[in-house]
Design a protein around this ligand. Structure first.
Ligand SMILES: *Cc1c(COP(=O)(O)O)cnc(C)c1O
Length: 393
């Protein structure tokens, strides 16, 4: 038996693996499962992208290795979109690269900047890759707690000076997974100032910028003046255009920092299939109504779910973004205990909050990736099973 590397041994068991085991056991007992677990859109990719893909795949010019940083056409389309959407000026040749889905580029950026013993500043709760990639690179992840009393924004003043000095990367993600929180430009300005003061690469994960409600518009970090000196931003087609399986997005911003990421990437991957880049470029010109229809759909689901949960005693602020609801578990229960009750008594699958970090303990997440009737059924089942915010052990 070959011993696996220490870096693999250090990684905690994958959150959804434990859940899968419990689902399998419940199914065996004949429980009908409603999954509100995974953040994966339930609708097909927007049509214009699928249509373009049919054309792109028939073109033999698309069949060879793609250029490392992405095709000129993709990078120009992405650059134009950043200008149209955020009024941010970027150079398509030096400040824009295509990725194989954000997860790839997020994981690789740690290898480009983190040496053994370096620190990274990561949101807790947060997307698990920030932490695991830090560990893979030999670094130490430092949790910035996202607390409800701070509207799930990190408090930079609480970061100890010696940690800040040893930190190479800070990750932010607004609109936020898993909390659904949003931020304003003032907050981004504080982050830019902090990272400039301590020479920290500010990485902004933009996975949900197109999934916002009630008139709220998400910001790019580059709307802050001078942010490009210190920041890069990760955009993903996955959630915005229902393209999780396509594996495409972009990273943009500071030229020097993108170059370092490019050195890692060009030695590990060879880019996204050119046909996918051609189709993904079309997404940036998707008819406005298509995107609006998607957000309307999630907004309706949010309203149904929030109304149902309020009836069951949850005190919730209406979510302005993402397709997640981040909710407190009833008093006296751990996140794991409550997730298990939802599964065993109501057949509902949710990830426990502690799966996203220790400050996620006491919460659970609901993904609005089911149709309204299914969401209503979930609420009905909770009611019938006596599950409410005020339940006791
Ligand atoms: C889904 C998600 C990603 C990854 O998106 P891909 O482009 O599909 O790799 C990155 N960050 C956050 C916060 C996400 O929720």
């Amino acid at each position: 038996m070959v011993k696996v590397s220490e870096r693999v041994e250090k990684i905690p068991p994958y959150l959804f693996a434990e859940i899968d085991k419990k689902i399998a056991a419940a199914k065996e007992k004949g429980v009908d499962i409603i999954s509100l677990g995974i953040g994966d859109p339930d609708k097909p990719t927007i049509q214009s992208v699928v249509d373009e893909m049919h054309k792109a795949i028939d073109n033999p010019k698309n069949h060879d290795y793609p250029p490392y940083a992405g095709t000129d056409e993709f990078r120009e389309a992405a650059t134009k979109w950043m200008k149209k959407r955020f009024n941010v000026e970027l150079d398509a040749k030096t400040e824009m690269i295509c990725n194989i889905g954000s997860k790839e580029a997020i994981a690789h950026v740690f290898f480009a900047f983190v040496d053994a013993g370096d620190y990274t500043l990561i949101p807790d709760p947060g997307y698990p890759v920030y932490k695991t990639a830090t560990i893979f690179a030999g670094g130490n992840p430092y949790s910035m707690p996202l607390l409800e009393e701070n509207n799930f924004l990190p408090d930079f003043d609480k970061i100890p000076e010696d940690i800040a000095k040893k930190s190479k990367i800070m990750f932010l993600n607004y609109p936020n997974n898993p909390t659904g929180a949003v931020c304003d430009l003032d907050f981004f300005k504080k982050a830019v100032d902090f990272c400039k003061k301590y020479d920290i690469l500010l990485c902004h994960d933009q996975a949900y910028c197109e999934m916002t409600y009630d008139g709220y518009k998400a910001h790019s970090i580059f709307e802050v003046e001078g942010a490009k000196d210190i920041a890069i931003e990760f955009f993903s087609h996955s959630k915005s255009y229902n393209m999780t399986g396509w594996r495409v997005g972009f990273v943009c911003g500071n030229e020097k920092y993108l170059k370092a990421l490019g050195t890692i990437k060009s030695n590990i991957d060879s880019g996204t299939f050119k046909a996918i880049q051609q189709a993904a470029a079309v997404a940036f010109d998707a008819p406005k109504e298509q995107i609006e229809n998607l957000t309307k759909m999630y907004q309706e689901r949010r309203d149904v779910m929030e109304a149902g949960l309020r009836e069951l005693g949850w005190n919730i602020k209406t979510s302005k973004a993402t397709f997640y609801l981040w909710l407190k578990v009833p008093q006296g229960f751990t996140s794991e205990e409550f997730a298990t009750i939802l599964l065993e008594k109501a057949g509902i699958v949710v990830p426990p909050g502690n799966g996203y970090g220790k400050y996620g303990e006491g919460y659970f997440r609901i993904a609005l990736t089911q149709e309204v009737p299914t969401l209503k059924k979930a609420i009905e089942r909770m009611k019938n099973a006596g599950i409410s915010y005020n339940m006791t052990k």
